[in-house]
Write a protein that binds this ligand. Structure first.
Ligand code: UDP
Ligand code: MG
Length: 158
């Protein structure tokens, strides 16, 4: 067992649909410890830094689909001029895997109904994009990198 930290983002679809509280309720049920929280405006620079490692990979080999990913996290499809995303850091034993389990599979239609994405996510019929309400780091390396992007060291409870 390892003490880990992981990053969660309530994405613009979750913010716009007022699902932040419901998503956090599910996350709290994991018994992981909330050690960081902040609301941020997602600039183009922040969006590209967060998703830098996905550029050109898998479905994002299609440049247009990658731009959809960037525009989505910037809230461009949810009409929020403030581009709000809630960033959270959870800490605990195996936090990355525990939080991913509560979040569910990337595709909301494959995600179990007892997960956040399974219960609240949807697939955009027009573009096939997964509007899955939350982001969660995929592994500890990703988590360290992403927490460093969204938070200053002093903003996380040691
Ligand atoms: N995504 C998508 N279609 C795909 C793969 C990913 O719409 O085939 C979107 C989805 O919103 C996902 C995000 O791109 O959350 C980042 O993709 P990643 O593979 O990192 O999935 P995650 O780690 O978020 O489950
Ligand atoms: Mg990922």
């Amino acid at each position: 067992m390892a003490l880990e930290r992981t990053l969660v983002l309530i994405k613009p679809d979750g913010m716009q649909r007022h699902l932040a509280g419901l998503a956090m309720d599910r996350l709290e049920n994991t018994h992981m410890e909330l050690v960081g929280a902040k609301i941020r405006t997602v600039t183009d620079e922040l969006a590209r830094e967060h998703y830098a490692l996905l550029e050109g990979k898998g479905p994002f080999a299609d440049k247009k689909f990658f731009e959809r990913l960037i525009n989505f996290i910037k809230g461009e499809y949810h009409g929020d001029p403030k581009r709000r995303v809630l960033a959270l850091v959870y800490q605990g034993e195996n936090a990355v895997q525990v939080i991913r389990k509560a979040v569910g599979a990337t595709n909301p239609e494959d995600a179990s109904p007892d997960t956040i994405r399974g219960a609240f996510g949807r697939v955009c019929r027009r573009h096939g994009y997964y509007e899955n309400v939350v982001h969660a780091s995929g592994n500890t390396e990703e988590a360290d990198r992403e927490i460093g992007i969204w938070f200053n060291p002093g903003e996380i409870i040691p």
